[in-house]
Design a protein around this ligand. Structure first.
Ligand code: SAM
Length: 224
């Protein structure tokens, strides 16, 4: 459970060097880059692995609550790095075990992130379980805090009711604006997200539908 999880007191206490040693500058004693892309509930890591070569200059972090799944993704990334020593491929991705519904601001500064992915989140079908969903009004304000202006929230699911729920909450939130179908059609990440994740592949095998909704982080209104 959460009680065994360790969280940094603030983003400055995070030791990112451990996760992305290639992006640590020994002489400066600091990271050369910070994480700007987060995959929330990354599962087995398929999205991270496909995003890695598409965004070689960005640090990408998967967050996953299940221990064994996190360990599996860690091992997968270690193997990929070991097989690509010459090119340094896959140095820009890693995974962290944690509850993304809590303490996100402990990991990320305000406006740090450019993109957040919510791929096939757990549906929590029953009405009384809806509050456990990863998109709720309170959590959206936290996501808005860590996302920079113009940053994007990507959502995809095969559960129509969950899609409608996520789209409704995001649309109603004053700091998010839904992006058009035309925007989705031209966006590289939407293409990747449709096919990269393990859950997405499962849906493909079952010939199920996939529902996408993307949202832009709006400027925070000035308080007069
Ligand atoms: N995104 C992956 C995919 O598309 O294949 C995994 C989808 S799976 C249905 C949902 C994942 O979210 C599970 O691996 C689950 O452990 C993880 N998860 C659920 N709640 C979470 C939370 N609060 N923080 C981090 N991960 C969470």
């Amino acid at each position: 459970s959460d009680h065994q999880l360790e969280y940094p007191l603030s983003p400055n206490d995070m030791d990112w060097r451990k996760l992305y040693p290639y992006f640590y500058d020994e002489s400066k004693g600091d990271m050369t880059k910070e994480v700007t892309i987060a995959d929330i509930g990354c599962g087995f890591g398929g999205l991270l692995i496909d995003l890695s070569p598409a965004f070689p200059d960005k640090l990408i972090l998967g967050m996953e609550i299940r221990v064994q799944v996190t360990n599996y993704v860690e091992d997968r990334i270690i193997a990929l790095r070991a097989n690509n020593v010459k090119t340094n491929a896959y140095q820009n991705i890693n995974v962290l075990r944690g509850n993304a519904m809590k303490f996100l601001p402990n990991f990320f500064h305000q406006a740090q992130l450019e993109k957040m992915f919510f791929c096939f989140p757990d549906p929590h079908f029953k009405q009384r379980k809806h509050k456990a969903r990863i998109i709720t009004n309170t959590l959206l304000s936290e996501y808005a805090y860590v996302l920079k202006e113009g940053g994007i929230i990507y959502t995809i699911t095969d559960v129509l009711d969950l899609h409608e729920w996520m789209a409704k909450h995001l649309t109603e939130h004053p700091l998010f604006e839904r992006l058009s179908q035309e925007w989705e059609d031209q966006d590289e990440c939407v293409k990747i997200m449709r096919h990269a994740t393990e859950e997405g592949k499962k849906v493909e095998r079952k010939k199920g539908d996939k529902y996408v909704a993307c949202f832009k982080r709006l400027p925070t209104p000035e308080i007069i």
